[in-house]
Design a protein around this ligand. Structure first.
Ligand SMILES: [Zn+2]
Length: 134
């Protein structure tokens, strides 16, 4: 596990960093009980400790489960897949899955940047996704 202040030379963009083309999500860890939270938060929900440490999660994990969305608003092309990914830092994160077909539960995934929903001016914004490890 790498604390964010140990990765000062990496480009930072909001809630993640990109190191060697690998995306690592920012999370919070309680220095008292070790609970990890994503998205980040200010207080531990288990013991109310504050402040929490800021950490970067691993650049991949395993699929806990997933769903395939077949209906949505016009901004989201269907079908799309959402997956819960378990990280070795003991936190589960819901992420868009970068494929039209669902993954297998337990599959190893990596975190990558991929096109998200369309924005109002017609452009695409890139956001973190899970995809099968290559
Ligand atoms: Zn705690």
């Amino acid at each position: 596990m790498v604390k964010l202040d140990e990765a000062k030379d990496s480009p930072r963009t909001g809630d993640y960093i990109i190191e060697d083309n690998k995306v690592r999500l920012h999370a919070s860890r309680c220095p008292s009980c070790g609970a990890v939270f994503y998205p980040r938060r200010n207080n531990c929900s288990a013991d109310a400790t504050s402040p929490l440490e800021e950490i970067a999660l691993s650049s991949g994990g395993t699929v806990y489960t997933f769903t395939v969305a077949r209906q949505s608003t016009p901004e989201f092309k269907t079908p799309y897949v959402l997956a819960y990914v378990d990280f070795k830092e003991d936190v589960r994160v819901l992420l868009p899955f970068d494929a039209d077909e669902p993954p297998v539960i337990g599959a190893a995934v990596e975190i990558v940047m991929a096109a998200g929903p369309r924005i109002t001016d017609g452009g695409l914004v890139s956001i973190p996704h899970a995809r099968l490890q290559r």
